[in-house]
Design a protein around this ligand. Structure first.
Ligand code: HEM
Length: 563
């Protein structure tokens, strides 16, 4: 047969062509496999390396692809990105679901094991706390909720994970710009240094008088509103908002020497809460995939709500630092005003804490106060017993200023603890990192292979509602906290971690407790809180959102003046 005939020519021409396509296909597969291995092994954090791996490599692959006869040169570039990106994604997926993955033995939903995008979506929906609790009820104490992340519902690990010598903070704080605020400082030494300033600042006794002044003002604002309504049986008020105004005004005084007058204005006059709430949901979701932060920032510039809120916090700090201290407020200590100039932290470092003060200091406390009123409405017996206690400890309208007496009131502290147990301000706890290293990290009963960086967290909401720790866990029972005569049944105080635990636990815990005890007594002395007819209170709890910090919808409460 002559070679010039079409039948003879076809196999000769197609052999090298198909061989060359196969060869190029193998090059793409090998390159994407190597990139997957590199990502896994080195977890590159520099933008340059990521651009090289995700942009430069596929761009280079378009050359061999364009050399095959099957693809024209202008189709080669998009094809290279699709082929390389697709096979890279497939390799990552297969590895994460394979029995070779170091967390393969931990149960969890398949979708969660494949990518943290799922966790970001759950977080964005706001029901992360309820979802993780359902997973723990289904799978047990350790659940794989991300390719490299575990959620833990085992109170015996509290000391090991969060205590002295425990694990450092996790990557949810990564990829931030500027100096980190205290809560985002992952380096234990830097954290410890800044924390000393915070502890010193928050231990001042001066704040008691400020809480009292602001509690008096809150009482008078509510009285005016009730009088103005003209109803002697009281009027419906949004207590979520009023407690926010109270805590923000107090924090303004305590941190900045006075900057906020929301109670006077009767509303969020600067729109800071609106701004914060619209940013928190996105920020909580993005924290799961923190490498998206730079992308999001480049898309929104400085116009995203969280950035605008951070800018507001920074500006407030700058203004306060320019004016100087009129007394020893929080920023007096944080900026080291008593130290020689050379030893002071930079203004930029100090300014990052502006947002933290408003968020950590005001939001958690105001939400817990709202939660207490909510549970009192649903539990009239507990309400009556608390009322009796307030009236007997501070009779005849005596102002509740004695912090020692406040700290010894069993019903008062029982109600506060029960609310912190059922509705912890940070429901999904504080993420920790198991750093990369050789071998296995032993965490109590848990063994974590350290070939890669791992993340884990103790799921506060699930631990607090675990019957092995607290009997009848879903019930609001302040009596379980009594020093004497507490109800019989499980009561594991190690499992009570609303303020977290160890060297990074809430530095404002004592201040928050003092503030909540005082203002609650003030409110209960002067007002009677009752349900507003037609409001479905049981449903309100089901709409609570977990955006790293807990988020409440307005709680409408009938407020009347006690005679
Ligand atoms: C009911 C009130 C509060 C609750 C439940 C609460 C809870 C928490 C939790 C769970 C953390 C995370 C700890 C960790 O990462 O391990 C935290 C951190 C923090 N809280 Fe609070 N908090 C409250 C009130 C306050 C107040 C009034 C302040 C005062 C400014 C404050 C300031 C902070 C700060 C600065 C941090 C970071 C601590 C660190 O990283 O060392 N908090 N809080």
């Amino acid at each position: 047969m002559s070679l010039s005939t079409p039948t003879a020519y076809w196999p000769l021409r197609s052999m090298p062509q198909s061989f060359s396509e196969l060869r190029v296909g193998l090059i793409v597969l090998a390159t994407s496999f190597a990139s997957q291995w590199f990502f896994r092994r080195y977890e590159p954090r520099s933008t340059l390396t990521r651009v090289a791996l995700l942009v430069v490599i596929p761009a280079l692959l378009s050359f061999p692809i364009s050399c095959t006869h099957a693809v024209s040169w202008y189709a080669a570039l998009p094809l290279a990105f699709v082929a390389y990106g697709g096979s890279l994604g497939a390799f990552i997926l297969v590895y994460r679901l394979s029995p070779f993955h170091p967390l393969a033995n931990y149960p969890g939903p398949i979708i969660a094991k494949t990518s943290k995008l799922w966790a970001a979506y759950v977080s964005f929906r706001g029901d992360q706390h309820r979802y993780y609790k359902r997973l723990h009820d289904l799978y047990g104490d350790v659940v794989r909720i991300g390719p490299n992340e575990l959620s833990i519902r085992d109170a015996s690990l509290v000391h090991t994970v969060l205590g002295q010598g425990g694990l450092p903070k996790g990557p949810r704080w990564d990829w931030r710009t500027g100096s980190p605020a205290l809560i985002a400082l992952c380096d234990p030494v830097k954290h410890g240094n800044q924390r000393k300033l915070w502890s010193q600042a928050l231990s001042s006794k001066e704040y008691e008088a400020i809480v009292a002044k602001r509690a008096r003002q809150l009482a008078s604002c509510l009285e005016n509103l009730v009088h103005r309504s003209g109803h002697k049986d009281g009027t419906a008020l949004n207590m979520t908002a009023w407690f926010k105004y109270f805590t923000t005004d107090f924090m303004g005084d305590m941190a900045f020497g006075g900057c906020s007058e929301l109670m006077n204005a009767g509303g969020d006059k600067d729109g800071i809460w609106t701004l914060l709430e619209s940013g928190l949901r996105i920020s909580a979701a993005v924290a799961h995939v923190s490498y998206f932060k730079p992308i999001l920032k480049s898309l929104t510039g400085h116009k995203g709500p969280i950035h605008r809120f951070r800018d507001f916090g920074r500006e407030t700090v700058f203004k306060r630092l320019q004016v100087g201290a009129n007394r020893k407020d929080l920023f007096y200590h944080l900026s080291g005003e008593e130290l020689p100039e050379s030893e002071r932290p930079s203004v930029d470092d100090v300014a990052q804490n502006g947002l933290l003060v408003i968020l950590a200091g005001s939001d958690s406390t105001s939400n817990t106060l709202t939660g207490i009123i909510y549970y009192l409405l649903l539990n009239p017996t507990a309400y009556d017993r608390l009322q009796e206690e307030v009236d007997s400890v501070f009779p005849n309208g005596e102002e509740p200023l004695d912090v020692l007496k406040l700290s010894q009131m069993e019903w008062l502290n029982g109600c506060i603890n029960e609310t912190l147990r059922l509705l912890p301000a940070v429901p999904s706890g504080s993420q920790r990192s198991v750093l990369k290293g050789k071998g296995t990290k032993v965490l109590g009963k848990l063994y974590v292979e350290c070939f890669l960086r791992r993340q884990l967290f103790l799921h506060t909401y699930s631990i607090h509602r675990d019957e092995r720790n607290f009997h009848i866990p879903e019930a609001f029972l302040p009596e379980r906290w009594f020093s004497q005569g507490a109800l019989a049944g499980e009561h594991n105080v190690t499992a009570f971690i609303p303020f977290s635990y160890g060297p990074t636990m809430c530095v404002g815990k004592n201040l928050a407790l003092m503030e909540m005890r005082m203002v609650l007594c003030w409110m209960l002395q002067r007002f009677r809180f009752s349900k507003v007819p037609g409001v479905a209170y049981e449903e309100w709890e089901g709409r609570i959102q977990d955006w790293f910090v807990i988020h409440f919808e307005p709680l409408s409460v009938n407020v009347s003046i006690r005679v």
